[in-house]
Ligand binder design. Structure first.
Ligand code: NAD
Length: 497
């Protein structure tokens, strides 16, 4: 019997009035595990009202107390992260070790946010003018909205909410309706950690919930992660409604392999980054650019590794799990059909995989294409599945041109033993995150994460210093304490003296 999942407001479950529900599925078995309540506009208003009411007290809670709650949350998360990983695997499908890795990455942002007292410090200038001092402070925004994608049910929300909460904001998280349970689990953990009711709220739903947050006058900012068309829509609608918006979009990440590279290392990493999490990562490599005459050798090495991978239920120690939904499985298989029809050489066919799983899961195995050309849909589109395309290019310059011409600019990697080439590459490539002899790098909490071009709308990347900046507003205070020199009329713009 499938359970019903509700929203979370004011530290407790909230049924709402939406009356609409969607299925939550275990993608490894195809089984419907829960019904998710989808928010109505009224529900959005109620949840935002709870966050609005909680803001004044949380904003004025001392940094010492806010930090204590953050530390308590970190300790609970660290002690119970296997539970969260199991939830992620059961709704997303990624293998357990990968789910645990995702939680660990998110936890690192919590650890970063524990340093909020230092991160939020302003500056002080004594005697900017005679006996006039100037100082700056950063203050929280108010209610902040977070809208997250299905592919990282815990990590992506954790890119934002630890910093938002530490800085004194209150949060409404709208998780992906495909993977809602992680957000609910996290909400309960915050309560256990001592976070006051109303500071962290969860609103489940679809476009109605998103639009409600984008247009609500009491929501001050939106942090969005998802596909490029929706990211653009969220950015345009949110900013048109006066909000601060950071909207991270889709990706088509290239890996440039130069002829002098260690091809075994390059093949290992192409397989790890191409097929890890069934290619459902914004940091996945989907196009390998083989420079010069290394194509045959590189493809043989990738093939040898890809065919050895075990695909199946993420709880069974497999290398790769299913895709998130039956629709995603059909979409990815459709791209494989299209690649074949367009004349690419299908080296490994994932459509025929025999997964290690029970039931009717949504599996596509590792798939490798060679001799892909840039007009094929398997090259132009973000497939978001375990499909790796090898494009052969004649030179470094041709490879860089392809990367820079691509509308996406999330991540990129170069494999080479030539330090000069790597240095030139990181200087001239128009992409936000670059790996040198590592595939697209994983996010580090104390740096900011995000792409260029159609992979990011807005100015702020996620977490790190940019995250602190995004979730706070600056103020500059100029002060003079009375002394015998005060007063007098002077209608001109003051000169410093
Ligand atoms: P998605 O765009 O379909 O959904 C993201 C969020 O938007 C969800 O919460 C969803 O409910 C909501 N949404 C969906 N359609 C909407 C609509 N028409 N109007 C308003 N809201 C809508 O993305 P997804 O399939 O959940 O996630 C995969 C995508 O996310 C990929 O494109 C991937 O590259 C991207 N992604 C990017 C990053 C990054 O750092 N740039 C990280 C993770 C995922």
């Amino acid at each position: 019997m499938a359970t019903t999942l509700h929203h979370w407001k004011n530290g407790t479950s909230f049924e709402g009035t939406g009356g609409r529900f969607s299925d939550v599925t275990n993608p490894a078995t195809g089984e419907v595990t829960a019904q998710l309540a989808l928010a109505s506009e009224e529900d959005v208003n109620e949840v935002v009202a709870a966050a609005t009411a909680a803001f004044p007290a949380w904003r004025d809670t001392s940094l010492a107390k806010r930090t204590q709650v953050l530390f308590a949350f970190r300790e609970l998360l660290n002690a119970r992260k296997e539970e969260l990983a199991a939830i992620i695997t059961s709704e997303h499908g990624k293998v357990l070790s990968d789910a645990l890795g995702e939680v660990t990455r998110g936890q690192e942002v919590v650890e970063f946010a524990c340093g909020i007292a230092h991160l939020i410090k302003g500056a002080f200038t004594e005697n900017a003018s005679t006996k006039v001092d100037v100082h700056s402070v950063r203050q929280p925004l108010g209610v902040v909205g977070i809208i997250s994608p299905f592919n990282f049910p815990a990590m992506v929300p954790m890119w934002f909410f630890p910093i938002a909460i530490a800085a004194g904001n209150t949060v409404v998280l709208k998780p992906s309706e495909k993977v809602p349970t992680a957000a609910r689990w996290i909400a309960e953990l915050w309560k256990e950690a001592g976070l006051p009711d109303g500071v962290f709220n969860v609103l489940n739903g679809d476009k109605i919930a998103v639009d409600g947050l984008l247009t609500h006058p009491d929501v001050q900012s939106i942090s969005f992660v998802g596909s490029t068309p929706i990211a653009k829509y969220v950015y345009e609608t949110g900013t048109a409604n006066g909000k601060r918006v950071q909207a991270l979009g889709g990706a088509k990440n290239h890996m440039l392999v130069l002829p002098d590279a260690d091809l075994d290392l390059a093949a290992d990493q192409a397989v790890n980054a191409g097929f890890g999490s069934a290619g459902e990562r914004c940091m996945a490599i989907s196009a390998v650019l083989a420079v010069g005459d290394i194509g045959d050798t590189l493809v043989a090495k990738i093939k040898e590794r890809a065919v050895g991978l075990r695909t199946g239920d993420g709880t069974r120690g497999c290398d790769m799990g299913p895709l998130v939904t039956s629709a995603a499985q059909q979409r990815v298989s459709g791209y494989v059909d299209a690649g074949e029809a367009a004349g690419a050489e299908l080296v490994v066919d994932g459509r025929t995989i025999q997964p290690d799983a029970d039931g009717e899961g949504f599996f596509v195995g590792p798939t490798l294409f060679d001799h892909v050309t840039t007009d094929m849909s398997i090259y132009t589109d973000e497939i978001f599945g375990p499909v790796l395309s090898v494009v052969r290019v004649d030179s470094y310059d041709e490879g860089v041109q392809l990367i820079n011409d691509n509308p996406y600019g999330n991540g990129v990697a170069i494999f080479t033993n030539d330090g000069g080439a790597a240095r030139q590459f990181q200087n001239e490539v128009k992409v936000g995150m670059i790996g040198i002899n590592v595939p697209v790098p994983v996010p580090m909490a104390y740096y900011s994460f995000g792409g260029w071009k159609s992979s990011l709308f807005g100015d702020s990347h996620a977490h790190g210093v940019e995250g602190v900046h995004f979730f706070t507003r600056g103020k500059v205070v100029t002060s003079r304490w009375l002394d015998p020199s005060h007063g007098g009329l002077n209608l001109g713009f003051p000169q410093n003296d």
